[in-house]
Every structure is written in structure tokens, then in C-alpha cells.
Design a protein. Sequence first.
Length: 143
Amino acid sequence: MKNVLGSKRKFATAALLFAALLVATPAAQASCTAATLTGGYGFSTSGGGSQTSSSRFLPDAFVGLAVFNGAGNWAASFTASDNGAISQGTLSGTYAVSSNCTGSFSTSSGDLNFNFVVVNGGKEILAIETDSGRTLTVDFLKQ
């Protein structure tokens, strides 16, 4: 009987300590601004969406380097494979970051638009294209 009571006390004590830690430890509050994104980020994409006349989607992929200036502007150089056709190019545009570390960016021409979330204290950005008919995701890693 002593072992049962001792085990119950140990369990109750451990449960109370765990509950106290949950109450005493505030949840980490992420806070971001445009300045959270500064410097170079290597990136790669997954997905596609080059639509053909037969309503099929063809794969495309990109890999490159994007540079964020910390004030809402970005520029990127990349190598692309659009259904196997290889090309190189550059893009630039603007971005905005909310205090909850979500945001959006678009190209200067406005033809590519993305929503994103900043993770790992700005070391990574996970993005998805928001243009109709596209299923492209992008992973940016801080250099």
C-alpha cells in the first residue's frame, strides 16, 4: 500500500510541477519587421503551373540567390527549368512583413505574387505562390 501511495504522490508532484512550468513559461512571441529579412538567402522551388492549351500543368523549378535589403525591396538571380528548358534570369520586387512574421512579396511587374512565413528567427522563409493556376512553393535559407 505504501508503494502505491508513494507512486501516486510522485505522479501528483510531477504533474503539479509540469503544470507550474506551463503557467510560468510564457509562449515565445515572434515579432518581425521588414528588417528581419536582410542579406542573402539561397532558394529552391517545388511545384509548377505552366499551363498548356490542353489544361495540363507542366513542371517548373528554380534555384538561386535572393537578397533582401531590410527595407522592403528584394532582388534575385536564378537558374530555371521550365518543363526541361533551362534558362537564367533576374527578378526584383517589394515585400512586406507583419509583426506575426507572415508577409507577402511580389515582382516589380506584379506577375508573380507570394505569401510567406518567416521561421527560425529569420533564418528561413517558407513561401507559396498566390497566383491563380499555380502551385509553386519556395524555401529560402539564410546564407
